[in-house]
Design a protein around this ligand. Structure first.
Ligand SMILES: [Zn+2]
Length: 327
């Protein structure tokens, strides 16, 4: 039954922990999540009969926010750096054209909503949230994280994407020398799903779908990952003055239930009183200018110059691999 003009379905994709480094056959095959579901990805080279269209954001700029409570074991600053690094791994990937993928993500700050949800009639937020208390999904608590993508069935346009991290069952860290699971690596994999990537058959790739404790390998994209994101979002010059990172129906810090509660509790005022979601959207839009400009300067600075920020330095080995491949 179609309840509205927007057709949508939810995709859930999970990153499972890998306890041992088993030797699996490797293949070069990045995949995109398909509108036919996660069981029928669109892969290159093709694995099965193509079905549906690849999911992707249609806009050049997409916003994300972090749930304000974070997780008990990490500082908010560490979380913010980790999330930023995870998204940057994809949006600052070096395409063969010498440029970046034609999409960027904008940090919208901290929000109160802690649910993976899409609201057809209320404000939205693409949230990264940590589930410290319990993991409510039927996977025996074995998943490290889960990304839920909502998209339009016909066009494959991604409308909303939320990342949940299973801190109830796993200890995740941002330290590089530890036996725990690497938060930045896990988030980099989930960020791939956020953009529309599906699991790859290349066991070395970040999108392979499993993680080793004590390893930071997932932080760095492989050639397979980079080829995928650059195909899904061909390089283009992003017009930061025009691009709009606000979600459909506007940006909202609160989940839908709280938005309705607030809306109902607002005392009636003059005729034409705007719903809370609308004025929040405009307030956020006005406040985003600095962030957008800072982001634009960052990307411009990186294009003609060598990387100077160690936090964003791509591994030398991967750079070599890309130049040697020459496809
Ligand atoms: Zn996954």
């Amino acid at each position: 039954m179609e309840a509205s003009a927007v057709r949508r379905a939810a995709l859930q994709c999970i990153l499972f922990p890998l306890l041992t480094s088993a030797a699996l056959p490797s293949a070069h095959a990045y995949c995109f999540t398909s509108s036919c579901g996660q069981e029928q990805p669109i892969c290159e080279p093709a694995e099965n009969e193509p079905c549906g269209v690849a999911l992707r954001w249609k806009r050049e700029c997409v916003g994300y926010a972090i749930q304000q409570n974070g997780t008990a074991s990490l500082s908010l600053t560490d979380i913010q750096v980790s999330v930023r690094s995870a998204f940057d791994a994809w949006s600052l990937a070096g395409c063969e054209t010498g440029d970046y993928p034609g999409i960027d993500v904008i940090d919208m700050g901290l929000v109160s909503c802690n649910k993976a949800e899409f609201n057809e009639s209320a404000g939205n937020v693409n949230v990264v949230t940590f589930l410290d208390d319990s993991w409510p999904y039927p996977d025996n608590g074995e998943a490290l994280a889960l990304t839920t993508v909502t998209y339009a069935n016909k066009s494959g346009e991604i409308l909303d994407a939320d990342i949940e991290v299973n801190t109830a069952m796993f200890k995740l860290t941002v330290a590089e020398t530890t036996k725990d699971y690497d938060l930045t690596g896990v988030l980099t994999h989930e960020a791939g799903h956020f953009y529309g990537m599906a699991h790859s058959l290349d066991q070395e790739s970040t999108m392979h779908g499993d993680a080793l404790p004590g390893s930071t390998d997932l932080r760095s994209l492989t050639l397979d990952d980079t080829s995928g994101i650059c195909t899904l979002y061909p390089s283009k010059t992003i017009n930061y003055e025009a691009c709009n990172p606000l979600p459909i129906h506007g940006f909202a810090s609160e989940c839908a239930a709280e938005q309705w509660k607030e809306s109902c509790s607002v005392a009636p005022s003059a005729a034409g009183h705007a719903p809370p979601t609308w004025w929040r959207s405009w307030a956020v839009a006005a406040g985003l200018g600095a962030a957008i400009w800072a982001r634009r300067a960052q990307r411009r600075k990186r294009i003609p110059k060598p990387v100077i920020n160690p936090d964003r330095l791509r591994p030398t080995s991967r750079s070599n691999a890309m130049s040697l491949d020459g496809r």
